[in-house]
Write a new protein. Structure first.
Length: 132
């Protein structure tokens, strides 16, 4: 069996509307739809139209299920490929996105990156320059 492409990423969003506003107004996502499966949810599509992010506010059932699962995985960051990290950094900074540092090249991984904070002040979004 071979795994296919990612169809969506599912996240808990404690402040759902604030999260949706951040991703749409600052990062250029578009709302695809609002649903009520598994509780309230908002689906967003990435600016390039390839990825679907699904955000749910945590319900008692979700919190209980998450707490009872041993070895649960937690997403550390979302990495976005960009043509030019410096240009993306400047554009997003002009929209109010905060970064932990200016873009930097990491020789160990041979990548140029910038790490941004999400709407809640967590270092969660990584910009990674496309390899030429």
């Amino acid at each position: 069996m071979a795994l296919g492409k990612i169809t969506h990423l599912d996240f808990l969003a404690y402040e759902l509307e604030e999260t949706v506003k951040y991703f749409t107004e600052k990062l250029g996502f578009k709302v695809v739809r609002r649903t009520t499966h598994g509780g309230e949810a908002v689906e967003l599509i990435s600016p390039d139209g390839d990825e679907i992010f699904e955000f749910h506010p945590p319900t008692k059932e979700i919190i209980k299920a998450t707490n009872e699962r041993r070895g649960s995985l937690f997403l550390r960051h979302i990495a976005f490929e960009v043509d030019d990290v410096d240009e993306a950094y400047k554009e997003l900074k002009s929209k109010g996105v905060e970064f932990s540092d200016a873009p930097l090249f990491t020789p160990k991984t041979n990548r140029k990156l910038a790490m941004a904070y999400d709407a809640h002040g967590r270092r969660f979004i990584q910009l990674e320059e496309k390899k030429k």
